[in-house]
Write a protein that binds this ligand. Sequence first.
Ligand code: EPZ
Length: 425
Amino acid sequence: MIDNKNIHKKGKCLKIINNGPLFGECDISTSKNAILPILAASLLTKETVVIRKVPKITDVNNMIFLLKAFGAGVTVSKDTLTVSARTIKTTSPNEYMAGKLRASFLFMGPLLAREGYVTMPLPGGCRIGLRPIDLHIKGFKALGAKVITVSGHVITWGKSLSGGTIYLDYPSVGATENIIMAACLARGTTTVIGAAAEPEITDLVHFLKSMGAKIHTIDSGRIIIEGVDTLGGTDYTPISDRIEAGTLMLAAAVSGGDIRLNRANINHLEPVSLKLAEAGAEIFPYSGGLRIKGKGAVPMDIVSSPYPGFPTDMQAPFMAACCIANGVSTVSETVFENRFLHVAELEKMGADITVAGRTAVITGRGHLSGAEVCATDLRAGAALCIAGLVAHGETIIKDIYHLERGYEDLEGKFKRLGASIQRMS
Ligand code: EPZ
């Protein structure tokens, strides 16, 4: 049985010492941002759903906790999860249950479609931004549901949803996912215009279609869902994690290493691989993975944007790379309004960064110095790992529970690639 204690192995921080270029190979785990909506979608059927290559990360464990709280039977055997949601015993989780994980809001669409009534605590903001849910609510209303927000909760009800047309003012990943899941069981056809197009959305659509959903994805951000009466069970393996793959590729590139990443899908990584190629890295895709040879860090200009643009989840790691280069780089974050918390931590390592609004200007001096730093969020933690791998001296990264939310055994992967990294209490 996967549970957090297996992930929170003893030790709350990582000690990293520069051990030169990374060499070797490792397997990329399943995508956190693909499996979370897929776990929520497993409530759309009473039949058995089997999900394979489930990563041992705390966000998955918290979703399993919630699935059971809603009444689903969940069993885990090695990395295979079986979900049987024959009956739903509640659609009103309490703060403790839902508050553990922002992605719990992804249960809203499936529970509304299946039970017709859901109460969820407002997911609230987090360190990287306000994380509004107005587009999720707009979608539920367009499907005929009523939605009110009262004392920190969102209550939505609608006995039988009916298809509608929804224009998303912003290509929100979560709102797109919630709307698709709810529309699968609505009467009639739903058209989503301005939908998000991340690979994780495509994977959710594939998962739902394997259950019998009728969904057509048109390239121009348009998704058409024909509601069906019921969905069946399935046996599914979600895609690999493009952000984990991009993180390890970047670590190899800046350290001048040569690594192979099995399960990495180059088609999900275009903006990242093209920026790395600009930095002189050579990338050799092969069937079932890719090899990357790095040449060190060079100054870059990065602008994050919704897929197929440069992924916001890679912004912090690339900023760390820019600090190591010789020269001036710029990093602009257009997706989240407060995703520069890693700047202060990189500055502790000697980085020279000036932030003006959503743009950071980095004056790279060719190296960083090891220091004691804090992971302020999941991707900032990954950035600090990359900085520590190439810094002069020893780096201690605290609060690594953030990393454990979304990277399966990241330190083990780095170790397999030759890094000097160990867990400390
Ligand atoms: C998903 O978050 C990912 N999380 C995030 O990954 C990722 O960074 C993000 O998509 C963007 O790619 C999961 O998939 C679990 P959004 P989500 O809704 O769905 C605006 C990580 O590190 N917005 O696309 O919350 C708002 O301004 C995490 O793995 C609205 O205005 O992202 C927000 O800043 C971090 N109204 C922007 O969209 C809404 O109703 C992006 O949010 C919803 C969103």
